[in-house]
Design a protein around this ligand. Structure first.
Ligand code: IPM
Ligand code: MG
Length: 355
């Protein structure tokens, strides 16, 4: 029997609740595919800070490095917002991405079942939209040096640096093209090449890489226009490849096409070990009340089976179960008329029932 080690790091807020449900689903799907899981749970984010004084303790990092895949809930919360920047919960996430070499973040936005009614956009605009955002994850302005706040001419100055090397662009561009090849062979590269030199280079390198993928049709868009197009006519997009910060912003936008950010899973890949997490945050306002939507985390488990364990059929089984459940049941964030509203735990149970 195949044995896989999974590091489970629930994090903060609703992260704790949604991972619990996702772990149940993960165990069941593994069993269905003759796989045995060894789970190691470790704290991360604010919870880890409270316990150890750091948001990414060594034991947590080691557990992730020793695992075959990592399942993360969410980090952050009002309680930790005033902490020094260096120990904020979000630093753990950035630390993990960079320590594990996870330079590619895949964020699929698609509409499950008749969830279309939960979208704030008109049905005919979003119906059938299916977008994969490929976000660069370990470079750009999130990591560039110099950074910080310093005194210049007697006043405080905040500094961040947008920097991309051609090798960083080339490797994420390849992920973009390869992802597009497995979908409908259409790739949109999003940049701000009219203003930022770093993304002018981005565009040049993406064009160079495109020579190796003649079957994929490539177009380029400035990020401001891409934002508008995403809301105006989302169906024109298939795969989007973009920088760390533009990807952060565009993926939240893409999420809302699907009805709720509570539905969006993600996979961070590129290193030896993949990390899977919902796109939503820790939602401190609803944490601990059994109100959270666990489906994004459950769908992230699906992505884990596909990308880390090469079991696309396991992901399909999870997606199918989710669609079936949505037919009758909803959490508050995606509630619509005629459906039954349930909590986080029951949503998990319902998905399990259909696996
Ligand atoms: C995301 C989040 C993170 C990011 C934060 C929590 C650091 O917004 O994963 O999209 O900006 O990357
Ligand atoms: Mg974000």
């Amino acid at each position: 029997m195949t044995v896989k080690k999974i590091a489970v790091i629930p994090g903060d807020g609703i992260g704790l609740e949604v991972t619990k449900e996702a772990v149940k689903v993960m165990k069941k799907v593994a069993a269905n595919h003759g796989m045995q899981l060894e789970l190691e749970e470790q704290p991360v984010g604010g919870t880890a800070y409270d316990l150890t004084g750091t948001p990414l303790p060594e034991a947590t990092l080691q557990a992730c490095k020793n695992a075959d895949a990592v399942l993360l809930g969410a980090v952050g919360g009002t309680k930790w917002e005033s902490l020094d920047f260096s120990v904020r919960p979000e630093r753990a996430l950035l630390g993990l991405r960079s320590e594990l070499g996870l330079y590619a973040n895949l964020r699929p936005a698609q509409i499950y079942g008749d969830l279309i009614d939960a979208s704030t956009l008109k049905k005919e605009i979003v119906e059938g939209a299916n977008i994969m955002v490929v976000r660069e994850l370990t470079g750009g302005i999130y990591f560039g040096q110099p950074r910080g706040v310093e005194i210049r001419n007697g006043e405080r100055v905040g500094i961040n640096t947008l920097v991309y090397s051609e090798s960083e662009i080339r490797r994420i561009a390849k992920v973009g093209f390869e992802t597009a090849q497995k979908r409908s062979k259409k790739l949109t590269s999003v940049d701000k090449a009219n203003v930022l030199e770093a993304t002018e280079l981005w565009r040049d390198v993406v064009i160079e890489v495109s020579k190796d993928y003649p079957d994929v049709s490539l177009n380029h868009m400035y990020v401001d226009n891409a934002t508008m197009q995403l809301i105006r006519a989302p169906k024109q997009f298939d795969t989007i490849v973009t920088t760390n910060m533009f990807g952060d912003i565009l993926s939240d936008g893409a999420a809302m096409l699907t009805g709720s950010i509570g539905m969006l899973p993600s996979a961070s890949i590129g290193g030896k070990i993949g990390l899977y997490e919902p796109v939503h945050g820790s939602a401190p306002d609803i944490a601990g009340k059994d109100l959270a939507n666990p489906l994004a985390t459950i769908l992230s488990v699906g992505m884990m089976f596909r990308y880390s364990f090469d079991l696309a059929e396991a992901e399909e089984a999870i997606q199918k179960a989710v669609i079936t459940v949505l037919d009758q049941y909803r959490t508050g964030d995606i509630m619509s008329d005629g459906k039954k509203q349930i909590g986080c735990v029951e949503m998990g149970e319902q998905v399990l029932k259909h696996l």
